[in-house]
Design a protein around this ligand. Structure first.
Ligand code: AMP
Length: 287
């Protein structure tokens, strides 16, 4: 049975009762903004493997949207989401109103994301990662999970969440789940719902570019050649506008120079019409 929790006190009480009835049992948390797809459900599956019960949060977090971003039109599909989570056997769904997590708009305290927030998504979306980490901290403090699952799809977010947990001694094991894709290769995203048919066809150049980059790396290209292969594919798609295409160290999350050899995490962000899409893939340069 799935218990729906709307309030902070209600959630704490329900989880305390569950813990009292199952001493030593682990809770796995999957934070989401709803509009759930198979990528989210793969995170639920992963949480299930490491925990006796799974909690999914559904909250479109106003703190992580900038002015002019899609907060107002972000898809909100709670009845469908709930049906999927019930079918997946999720024990707890925490779906608070914004006024519950941020009474009177919130007090202004923020978790400040680490240095990797200065580049890429963080540079283009000022304050975004502070907003993400603030709500993740609140979810950790309200639900007290032993394990939390995040998608590799949001690689920079994952890196910053790992740093946050390490730096602030959060007693939570962070687990990464691989990117789930549609049959055509497009990474699943709640924002794919915004795409017209034509935009969706254009968007396929993003995973296509990452595949071209991987093929170039396998042929022995250096990092500049790998990035050029990807840029050419995206450049050939007039309906896409590239925000960035960059290689970072998979662990350091520092931007790599042309002399780099070894594993490199390629990160791409591009816009199809008004929709911003991100994707990534690890390649090995100079293997
Ligand atoms: P969101 O609802 O977009 O905030 O995403 C909630 C969680 O699902 C985050 O940890 C995302 O990284 C993860 N996620 C989103 N899309 C995918 C995907 N295609 N594959 C795997 N995880 C994903």
């Amino acid at each position: 049975m799935t218990t729906i929790l709307r309030g902070i006190d209600e959630a704490r009480a329900a989880l305390a009762a569950w813990r009292a009835s199952r001493p030593g049992a682990r809770l796995g948390l999957v934070p989401t903004m709803g509009a759930l797809h198979a990528g989210h459900l793969s995170l639920v599956e992963r949480a299930r493997h490491g925990a006796e019960a799974v909690a999914v949060s559904i909250f479109v977090n106003p703190l992580q949207f900038g002015p002019g971003e899609d907060f107002d039109r972000y898809p909100r599909t709670f009845p469908d989401d709930l049906a999927k989570l019930q079918a997946a056997g999720v024990e707890f769904v925490f779906a608070p109103e914004a006024s519950e997590l941020y009474p009177a708009g919130g007090g202004g305290t923020r978790v400040q994301a680490g240095p990797a927030a200065a580049i890429l998504e963080g540079a283009l979306r000022p304050g975004h990662f502070d907003g993400v980490l603030t709500v993740v901290a609140k979810l950790f403090h309200i639900l007290s999970p032993q394990l939390a699952v995040f998608g590799q799809k949001d690689a920079q977010q994952l890196h910053l969440i790992r740093s946050f947990v390490r730096d602030l001694d959060e007693p939570v094991e962070v687990v990464a789940a691989p990117i789930r894709r549609d049959a055509d290769g497009l990474a699943l995203s709640s924002r794919n719902a915004y795409l017209s048919d034509q935009e969706r066809r254009a968007a396929l150049a993003i995973p296509g570019a990452l595949a071209d980059a991987a093929a170039a790396a396998e042929r022995g290209a250096d990092l500049a050649g790998v990035l050029t292969a990807a840029e050419q594919r995206i450049g050939a798609e007039p309906a896409l506008r590239l925000d960035y295409l960059t290689a970072v160290g998979p662990d350091s999350f520092r931007i790599l120079g042309g002399e780099h050899r070894g594993p490199a995490l390629l990160l791409a962000a591009a816009r199809a019409g008004a929709t911003r899409l991100i994707d990534n893939r690890t390649v090995v340069v100079g293997a």
